[in-house]
Ligand binder design. Structure first.
Ligand code: HPA
Length: 279
């Protein structure tokens, strides 16, 4: 199915009616921030299944929902449950969530994810502000007919991860309990973790962390000129760094362990981000 501007608009108009207001900041909650939505005051929750033309979550027992509310005095909308290529979606379909968030009127997008640490100076529990990404896979969410209302056919990726927001996140890191780095995110399609040889290659080629999400959302945000901040939680050392096998239990355990300081850090970013992106 080819999406037109009107499809995204119908999804967004439906949400604006349900929310009864427009958000200023959008968040996509990855592992490590799963419970962030409980921070919102006066929350309004809309299941993805109610939203016209929206994607449906495939993960069993994981409904997927948009939650609108206030945090640090800012109106935010959280996507609780994101969509990944490994679930079977096309790259083209993965443009839908960020385009709908854009049409809600958000002025900044914050993406969070869990990632494996490729850079050996990073430790599990550290955070990485994404400065750039590498996706050596021949697909793009912007493939197919261009939707001109969002942006041009060919578009720049030179400052997709908005420099002013990266600077803000690194400044706020100094008063956070977290160790925060800045580095390059390598997109891995999954669902398998990487091989040790792949991780050695990624390290040589300039990747600091590896993960299975975020990049389609970043490309979509860049196409529609949405200011973007993306944060990776290092949930594990990448394949081959340590002798033991990688498990999703390890990923989830580290994400849960860091949830409290990471939530505090993201709250602080929300409290300060609006001055960078207000109209
Ligand atoms: N590789 C890919 N994705 C991940 C990892 C990893 O090591 N950890 C968490 N998400």
């Amino acid at each position: 199915m080819t999406y037109t501007y009107d499809y995204y608009k119908e999804s967004a108009d439906y949400l604006l009616k349900r929310f009864g207001g427009a958000p200023e900041i959008g968040l996509v909650l990855g592992s490590g921030l799963g419970h962030f939505a409980s921070q919102l005051q006066d929350p309004v929750t809309v299941p993805y299944a109610d939203i016209p033309h929206f994607l449906r979550s495939t993960a069993i027992g994981h409904a997927g929902q948009m939650i609108f509310g206030t945090v640090e005095g800012r109106k935010v909308v959280c996507m609780s449950g994101r969509f990944h290529y490994y679930e079977g979606y096309d790259f083209e379909q993965l443009s839908i969530p960020v385009r709908v968030l854009k049409l809600l009127g958000i002025r900044a997008l914050i993406l969070t994810n869990a990632a494996g640490a490729v850079n050996k100076s990073y430790k599990p529990g550290d955070v990485m502000v994404i400065s750039d990404h590498i996706k050596f896979m021949g697909a793009s969410p912007m493939r197919g007919p261009n939707v001109d209302e969002f942006g041009p056919r060919f578009f720049d990726m030179g400052s997709a991860y908005t420099p002013a927001l990266r600077k803000l996140a690194l400044e706020l890191a100094e008063k956070s309990a977290l160790t925060v780095h800045e580095g390059v995110y390598w997109f891995s399609p999954g669902p398998q973790y990487e091989t040790p040889a792949e991780i050695r290659a990624i390290r040589v080629l300039g990747g600091d962390a590896v993960g299975m999400s975020t990049v389609t959302e970043a490309l979509t945000a860049s196409h529609c000129q949405l200011p973007l901040l993306a944060l990776s939680v290092m949930t594990n050392m990448a394949a081959g760094v340590l002798p033991q096998p990688l498990t999703s239990e390890e990923v989830i355990a580290t994400a849960n362990a860091i949830e409290a300081p990471f939530t505090a850090y993201v709250r602080d970013i929300i409290a300060h981000i609006y001055k960078e992106v207000r109209p």
